[in-house]
Design a protein around this ligand. Structure first.
Ligand SMILES: C[S@@+](CC[C@H](N)C(=O)[O-])C[C@H]1O[C@@H](n2cnc3c(N)ncnc32)[C@H](O)[C@@H]1O
Length: 258
């Protein structure tokens, strides 16, 4: 198969700069607390259950679960930077979270290891071809105990199309400006991200591609993999801001069980 040149953009873009460009969402503890409250309620999570935060980045959701008394927590992510950052932070704060650097499409863990798996912050959108997104969903199924539950947090494609803004910019901090130019190439959103520092000049000029899933499509994929009791909850809004949050603004949650 000919490789799509953008297919593996996620291997290099989740570095230290990502924690600046996306700080409004992924370093915002209020937002994370609200997201975790939704997850705990929707999956009826109990503190003794084993939970995998798959594609969990620096582990912000697992860390918040740790603060709430959950003790069997694993974060798996491909980014060496985010895994190291999260691991160091958990040690510093004394939180019981285990970090694993691995590819979510082929996880080196035994079958039926977890009671629940969560995939937060639009991570499934990193996977552009069926082999990759089905690979992640199959691993999620394999790793869950019988009856185990999952939650996917995804952009709501319909809402994104309705409120689409081709250009946006924000000041990430006193020094850094982030600009994004977006376009559609169904079923993907193409994003050019430019990051400029007043002090240091151009920090990043990169392109990435996010695969969007409609509610019917994601239900179909999850059913193919073997999940049941699938439910799509639209209108999920942990952040409600009046500025453009792009892909983090209009989301839907998908839950189900093995
Ligand atoms: C948008 S971030 C969301 C991170 C986190 N879930 C959150 O909400 O803060 C997407 C994450 O998926 C991870 N990722 C993408 N592809 C992956 C893969 N094949 N295996 C493991 N992690 C992957 C990236 O490294 C990144 O941390």
């Amino acid at each position: 198969m000919e490789e799509n040149p953008d297919r593996f953009w996620w291997k290099h873009l989740f570095d230290s700069l990502y924690l600046v460009t996306d700080a409004r969402s992924v370093l915002n503890e209020d937002v994370t607390r609200r997201e975790v409250s939704f997850v705990v309620d929707l999956l009826s999570l109990e503190p003794e259950e084993s939970i995998l935060d798959l594609c969990g980045g620096q582990g912000r959701h697992a860390m918040e679960l740790g603060r709430r008394g959950f003790s069997r927590l694993t974060v798996l992510d491909y980014s060496p930077h985010l895994v190291k950052f999260g691991d160091e932070e958990c040690r510093r704060q004394g939180l019981p979270v285990e970090f694993l650097r691995a590819d979510a499409r082929r996880v080196c863990l035994r079958d039926e290891t977890f009671d629940a798996v969560i995939v937060m912050g639009n991570s499934l959108c990193c996977f552009l071809v069926e082999e990759d997104y089905l690979g992640l969903l199959r691993e999620m199924h394999r790793l869950l105990c019988p009856g185990g539950r999952f939650l996917l947090d995804l952009p709501d494609k319909k809402e994104l199309v309705a409120s689409f803004l081709p250009n946006s910019w924000h000041e990430a901090d006193d020094d850094v400006l982030v600009m994004r130019a977006r376009s559609w190439e169904e079923p993907n959103m193409l994003v050019r991200e430019v990051m400029v520092s007043k002090e240091r000049g151009l920090l990043r000029d990169a392109n990435y591609v996010c695969r969007m899933f409609g509610p019917r499509e994601i239900e179909g994929l999850l059913g193919r993999v073997g999940f049941s009791d699938i439910e799509v909850i639209r209108g999920f809004d942990a952040q409600s801001q009046d500025y453009d949050l792009g892909l983090m603004g209009n989301r839907m949650l998908v839950v189900g069980r093995k």
